[in-house]
Design a protein. Structure first.
Length: 230
């Protein structure tokens, strides 16, 4: 049934890709990648334009998938997608949502799994859109550029190139996230140290204020001592 829908959308050219990419970020189980490749084979000179419209439509669909997850929960995914895809994506997301979105842009797991899970797990929407813009942009435009440069011969390259991108992206993403986490910890430690210093200073100022307001009475000599000395 879904393949019949893809074939139907193919007849509408770029507009079909717009619809497919939009739905790809929401609920459609077949990635827009396949329609992008099919249309690029038919007319390689339009490959970059196809990449652009597909990319924009995917970003427009991303917040829709996000709010769908917020409202309906993860159960909506099980109606359309394989359980192992959902479980794998959930595991990645719970470990590190940012890496899951970036890496998920290059995996066979449909991207809507990550948009919906973002809503289910209350991942910040602006981060989802930012990482989707980076990851999906790379995939759409690399496919488009290959077809634009090499024409129909790019069909045999696309699968290998996507794999190389994935293998190259994973260590870069992991390194970036580790560096950012380390930087965040240093910043938090510095802020805590500043807070402790500020609290100590406030305590010192408070103690000084108390001393100024309530000075200790001076000790007086006993009367007998006074008489003796006189």
């Amino acid at each position: 049934m879904f393949q019949a829908i893809v074939d139907f959308l193919k007849d509408f050219g770029p507009w079909g890709l717009v619809i497919h990419s939009f739905l790809d970020a929401i609920i459609f189980p077949i990635p827009a990648f396949f329609l992008q490749v099919s249309l690029s084979i038919l007319n390689p000179s339009t490959a970059l334009w196809l990449a652009t419209v597909g990319y924009i439509a995917c970003l427009l669909g991303t917040p829709v998938g996000y709010y769908l997850g917020k409202v309906m929960g993860k159960s909506v995914l099980y109606k359309f997608l394989k359980k192992e895809w959902i479980d794998a994506a959930t595991d990645k997301f719970q470990k590190n949502g940012e890496a899951a979105i970036l890496i998920g842009s290059f995996t066979p797991i449909p991207f809507k799994v990550f948009t919906i899970l973002s809503g289910v797990l209350n991942f910040p929407l602006w981060r989802l859109i930012a990482y989707a813009a980076l990851g999906r942009g790379l995939k759409f435009y690399i496919v488009g550029l290959l077809f634009y440069l090499y024409g129909q011969a790019a069909e045999s390259m696309v699968k290998d190139v996507s794999l190389y991108i994935f293998l190259g992206a994973v260590p870069i993403v992991v390194a970036y996230l580790l560096l950012r986490r380390r930087s965040r910890k240093k910043k938090e430690s510095a802020m805590k140290a500043e807070e402790r210093e500020r609290q100590q200073e406030q305590h010192s100022q408070h103690d000084q204020y108390e001393q100024d307001q309530h000075p200790r009475p001076k000790k007086q000599l006993p009367e007998e001592s006074i008489h003796v000395s006189s």
